[in-house]
Design a protein around this ligand. Structure first.
Ligand SMILES: [Zn+2]
Ligand SMILES: [Zn+2]
Length: 219
């Protein structure tokens, strides 16, 4: 476990109330092999996740779990699913999606060998027969969600010239003529084409005379 995940954990044994992510496992007993199914919908009390993609505050989080008594504690396995909201890292559009996590986590009994031979940051503890899944879910979501989320897998992003979303602009969108820098280059290129046949065919003086003549005719 990283120092970051450890820092998010609540101080042991204080402030846990049954409900939400806190499960009372007393009824499971301690006989290894005893199992209990648990389904619960938890409301996210704050956003969980990363800067660009997260489970929004107030979102329903579905827990579909199996609690199993093992010799060292309670093993919690199952899936956690929730809606996510994010901002596409390519086109910056908002999008919604969903995430499903598989979790497998041991919560060690207070007097178990595991409890005595591991650090609290490495293996979760049962506290007053309660399992607090919140740090488990927060860590798992942080690992599961992409650092650079996309609205769709093939998002075309933004036009590098004008910033329009390519999904809106279409595949024919481009800037060969509209960009003033390229317009200047195009003019230079066409002047070079006129002069290229050589000075014998089109001497500059003839061109100047032609231009003078046309100006006279316009009057
Ligand atoms: Zn996008
Ligand atoms: Zn553009």
């Amino acid at each position: 476990m990283s120092a970051g995940s450890a820092a998010r954990r609540r101080p042991a044994s204080h402030g846990l109330q049954v409900g939400g992510f806190v499960l009372d496992v007393r009824s499971l007993g301690r006989r290894p092999g005893t199992m209990r199914e648990l389904r619960r919908e938890v409301t996210a009390t704050e956003r969980i996740g990363l800067d660009l993609v997260h489970i929004p505050e107030g979102a329903p989080i579905d827990l579909d779990l199996t609690l199993q008594a093992v010799s060292e504690g309670v093993l919690v396995t199952g899936t956690v699913s929730a809606p996510v909201a994010g901002e596409c890292s390519r086109c910056l559009e908002s999008f919604t999606d969903s995430v499903e996590l598989s979790i497998t986590e041991l919560f060690a009994y207070p007097d178990s060998a595991t409890e005595q031979t591991t650090e609290e940051d490495d293996v979760y503890r049962l506290v007053d027969d309660l399992v607090d899944l919140e740090p488990v879910v927060v860590d798992a979501i942080g690992l599961e969600l992409p650092l650079r989320p996309l609205c769709t897998p093939d998002c075309a992003g933004l036009c590098p010239e004008c910033g329009v979303r390519m999904a809106i602009a279409g595949s024919g969108h481009g800037h060969e003529i509209l960009d003033p820098r390229w317009a200047g280059l195009a003019k230079f290129a066409s002047d070079a084409d006129v002069a290229s046949p050589g000075p014998q065919d089109h001497p500059p003086s003839d061109r100047a005379a032609d231009q003078a003549r046309s100006r006279t005719e316009e009057k």
